[in-house]
Design a protein around this ligand. Structure first.
Ligand code: 3HC
Length: 283
């Protein structure tokens, strides 16, 4: 299957990073948001990233113009009708995804692949509400999507081998290294990462050390690029909570039980960098 046009649903933190990645890899990319302000915010973020890359001479001025020409924003889901691949990157809300998938199934051409960037929700269930379960799988990017080299390709019990092969090749064409995971909550990375992040929050709650010292310890002691609290703020506390809840729901393992502090921070709108405050202040 020749992939020429890619659709991305959602232009938030992940959706904009995914749309940026696809457009700069040479694909005509159309990204859909539900309101003009959200679309403008996301596309402005992408243009800003390309301007920064041009100023650092990572891309030429001509490439910057080409990238911009390949990226199109829309509020109308029907504009994605002729896409070869569509990547869903909306909020981690299963009800929303179960509304979106049949709508996309209806609009897209029969051979199009429908992928989700979900980090831990049940992809088999998303496929089951369409007539193309064999053409549905996960393609999970990591934040920041244009920079992080990994993608998880997630196979459900209904995904065909042909779909998986096409998606792996697509991932390589984006400059990513794909790993294959089964559709189990958390896949590979979040299954291992979430207990680590939750343990750091528990340490802070118990007063074992300050957030700064825990961050410094893991950065300098383990060579991680960010300590757990910087990473939590970077990924988003809301995203972390949803991932933890989804994995806990599946296994009922206390390792994945969100701590009271995490839940209260999310309830009070302290999502991390994107809201200006999380474990650290960004205002
Ligand atoms: N587009 C293009 N380039 C970008 C970019 C973007 N959107 N965002 C950052 N970059 C570039 C910067 O320009 C910079 O380029 P340079 O090296 O040529 O100057 C490079 O990426 C590194 O960025 P910075 O200099 O700003 O900062 P750092 O060197 O500190 O790196 C980082 C930032 C890449 C975020 C690094 O700290 C890191 O790897 N952190 C860990 C991130 C991580 O673990 N992500 C996974 C989270 S888990 C997840 O997402 C799953 C979810 O389901 C929960």
């Amino acid at each position: 299957m020749k992939i020429q046009k890619v659709g991305v649903i959602g232009c938030g933190l992940m959706g904009s990073g995914i749309a940026q990645t696809c457009a700069q890899a040479g694909y005509t990319t159309i990204v859909r948001e539900i309101s003009q302000p959200l679309l403008d915010k996301g596309t402005t973020r992408i243009y800003g990233a390309w301007e920064k890359m041009a100023s650092k001479e990572k891309i030429t001025k001509a490439q910057l113009t080409e990238n911009r020409d390949r990226l199109h924003g829309t509020l109308n889901i029907e504009d994605l009708a002729d896409c070869d691949i569509v990547i869903e990157a909306v909020l981690e809300n299963m009800e929303e995804k179960l509304r979106l998938f049949p709508a996309l199934d209806h609009i897209l051409k029969p051979e199009a692949l429908l992928l989700t960037n979900t980090s831990s929700l049940n992809i088999t269930q998303m496929g089951a509400v369409t007539r193309r379960a064999d053409k549905i799988c996960g393609l999970h990017f990591f934040n920041p999507a244009p920079v992080m080299k990994l993608v998880e390709v997630v196979k459900t019990i209904s995904t065909s081998e042909e779909t998986i092969e096409t998606v792996k090749q697509f991932a390589v064409s984006l400059g990513k290294t794909p790993v294959l995971a089964k559709d189990t909550a958390g896949f590979i990375v979040n299954f291992l990462l979430i207990p680590y992040l939750l343990a750091a929050i528990r340490m802070l709650e118990n007063g074992a050390a300050t957030r700064e010292d825990i961050d410094t310890a893991m950065k300098l002691g383990c060579g991680y690029p960010m300590g757990p609290f910087t990473l939590l703020d970077y990924v988003g506390l809301d995203t972390t909570l949803w991932a933890a809840e989804a994995i806990y729901e599946e296994y009922k393992d206390p390792l994945y039980a969100p701590s009271p502090l995490l839940r209260r921070m999310v309830q009070s709108g302290q999502y991390g960098r994107k809201s200006g405050k999380g474990f650290y202040d960004y205002k």
